[in-house]
Design a protein around this ligand. Structure first.
Ligand SMILES: *[C@@H]1O[C@H](CO)[C@@H](O)[C@H](O)[C@H]1NC(C)=O
Ligand SMILES: *[C@@H]1O[C@H](CO)[C@@H](O)[C@H](O)[C@H]1NC(C)=O
Ligand SMILES: *[C@@H]1O[C@H](CO)[C@@H](O)[C@H](O)[C@H]1NC(C)=O
Ligand SMILES: *[C@@H]1O[C@H](CO)[C@@H](O)[C@H](O)[C@H]1NC(C)=O
Length: 537
């Protein structure tokens, strides 16, 4: 059928593409002459998006700075929705160390990242269902058409406005270090232009960010490309498909000239991307934890492996005392497919069936965050779980009245069912659960639907801490595959015990030094001039 032909075609274009890719990696200009503008001692300026999945690692680092490095002055430039989150951080930090300072907030002009991304793809409204694609080669055409928009989604005028404002903020604040979000391209360009010391904090897997830098062309045969669900180590039979997907990626990121008009306008404005080589000589803080991440053969020396960078939260009992009391009644399963996903009627029905089955066969209770998309009523989807709701074994809400980390922190969450977001993954790794006689880790069930969510779904199986629920049907779900996966992690059988044990080992490793403190230490070291170790304050 079509496949051998496609492999052949892909193999021929691949040679050309890899040449482009490797060429773009060679250092553009030697930087020996680079002498950064120094800035005000101890002043840190963060540029971050507002979406939870993109900026949570930065917020966590800020909380670490507030708590441990009170001599740093912290500025944050972001979209207005970030401001109240920063107020909460300050309030929480002040409880732990009364001399924690305020954070200075600098609003950026919009639109926010996801809004710009949807608009770029011509999508109206809040739904993110346009993001859904199957993993691997089947999803490749969708992926290819999205890569450039994902790298930088703003229209020229908005992009220029953000860039210009970012430059002004840098001038005004005069920071000794600028901390960047890898998905806020206009700020990256402004920081580059300003010649300031800068560092990146990324929620993403190192294997996604640095696959191309691995020896022996590992990115072709060893590391599963973002958006695929090949195991690690990669079986031989998956290599051809990985090569095709990789070629598609390289093509979409480096060759395809989407949005040419926008690029022209940015160039006319003097806006330039940093050279690719700069990724290898600026501090890059990652949530990499040995054993809990795909191992890399080569970790670039500029990378700081912080492990899970999890935001400290106000205890759940203070956020919702009644919910917290309910949590302590029985081992609880948390179902939260992230802040973006909304349930169409079919999704809600399928999930309700799977939950009903889990509740019938085990003694757990369930908290399910569910936002509807479309005009359907509870009566259309909830009959299978009606009795459980009445008995108080299932709670459904559009918003969690206590955030997921604080729920995990109670020790009552015995399994986390999520969409495969980097933060959900890392939070579940970092926490333990205690309703069982012995302390245990929190196993995960992942229902991935786009991009790197597939890589996390595969990862939990590779390292033995969870289940990829929808293998073979993703991005679609069936009640059958959800049901089986849920039971595997909560039925108390051999497999579920093994996952809890493995997750516990990783959690202990993660807690040795919480990632947010490692990240804060690194940023303080960069910010406080003329000291080797930072934080001498
Ligand atoms: C940054 O450095 C370059 C080359 O060293 C110089 O031409 C440029 O004017 C500097 N820009 C700023 C904003 O200092
Ligand atoms: C939703 O459905 C109900 C009844 O089925 C109808 O009365 C209502 O107008 C609908 N709303 C929208 C926004 O379509
Ligand atoms: C998912 O469902 C859609 C619509 O029902 C269907 O077109 C598609 O083929 C399904 N995908 C997979 C991988 O089963
Ligand atoms: C920066 O501040 C720290 C303490 O806050 C101090 O130890 C250090 O000497 C200062 N560096 C410079 C270059 O002034």
């Amino acid at each position: 059928m079509g496949i051998p032909y496609r492999i052949y075609t892909a193999a021929t274009v691949l040679v050309a593409l890899v040449a482009v890719f490797l060429a773009s990696k060679s250092p553009a200009t030697p930087e020996s002459s680079f002498s950064p503008v120094q800035g005000k001692n101890g002043t840190v300026l963060f540029f971050v998006n507002t979406e939870y999945g993109l900026s949570n690692v930065h917020l966590a680092t800020i909380s670490g700075l507030l708590e441990k490095y009170p001599c740093t002055e912290i500025h944050v430039a972001s979209f207005p929705r970030t401001a109240p989150k920063l107020q909460r951080l300050s309030a929480l930090a002040r409880r732990k160390s009364p001399d924690a300072r305020d954070i200075y907030f600098h609003p950026l002009p919009g639109p926010e990242y996801i809004k710009a991304f949807s608009a770029r793809l011509g999508v109206q409204g809040k739904s993110v269902h346009y993001l859904l694609h199957p993993p691997g080669m089947k999803g490749l055409s969708t992926l290819i058409s999205r890569v450039q928009a994902a790298i930088s989604p703003w229209e020229a005028e908005d992009h220029i406005n953000i860039y210009t404002r970012a430059g002004e903020i840098i001038q005004d604040v005069d920071p000794s270090v600028v901390v960047l979000d890898t998905t806020l391209q206009p700020a990256i360009q402004a920081a580059w232009k300003s010649n300031r010391t800068h560092a990146y904090i990324s929620p993403n897997a190192l294997a996604d960010n640095f696959a191309g830098d691995q020896p022996n062309w590992g990115f072709l045969w060893k590391y599963s490309r973002m958006g695929s669900d090949f195991p690690f180590p990669m079986p031989w039979r998956k290599i051809p498909e990985n090569i095709i997907v990789t070629a598609g990626f390289i093509y979409s990121a480096f060759v395809r000239s989407d949005f040419r008009a926008i690029r022209k306008q940015l160039e006319a404005h003097g806006i330039q991307d940093p050279p690719r080589s700069s990724r290898l000589n600026r501090p890059w803080i990652a949530q990499y934890l040995p054993g809990a991440s795909i191992p890399l053969d080569f970790i670039p020396p500029n990378v700081i492996c912080a492990g899970p960078i999890v935001l400290d939260e106000v205890p759940a009992i203070e956020q919702d005392a009644e919910l917290t009391a309910w949590l302590s009644r029985a081992p609880t399963v948390l179902i939260n497919l992230g802040s973006l996903f909304t349930y169409k009627e079919e999704h809600a029905k399928t999930m309700a069936l799977a939950i009903a089955d889990m509740l019938a066969k085990t003694n757990v209770q369930v908290i399910w965050k569910m936002t509807k998309e479309g005009n359907y009523s509870d009566a259309d989807v909830l009959p299978p779980v009606q009795e459980d709701i009445e008995k108080g074994r299932l709670r459904i809400s559009e918003w969690l009245s206590a955030n997921p980390v604080s729920l995990l922190e109670t020790g009552n969450i015995v399994a986390s069912i999520h969409h495969g977001g980097a933060n959900c993954y890392n939070e579940a790794i970092a926490y333990e659960t205690t309703p069982f006689a012995l302390r245990a880790g929190v196993p995960q069930v992942i229902i991935p639907m786009w991009f790197d969510l597939y890589n996390y779904a595969q990862l939990v199986e590779d390292i033995g801490v969870g289940i990829y629920a929808t293998r073979g049907t993703a991005p679609n779900w069936t009640a059958e595959n959800l049901r089986k996966s849920f039971l595997k992690v909560v039925d108390g059988g051999q497999e579920s015990l093994g996952m809890r044990k493995k997750a516990k080992e990783l959690g202990e490793l993660a807690q040795k030094e919480p990632g947010r403190l490692t990240a804060a230490r690194e940023i303080a070291r960069l910010a406080i001039l003329g000291t080797q170790h930072g934080g001498l304050c």
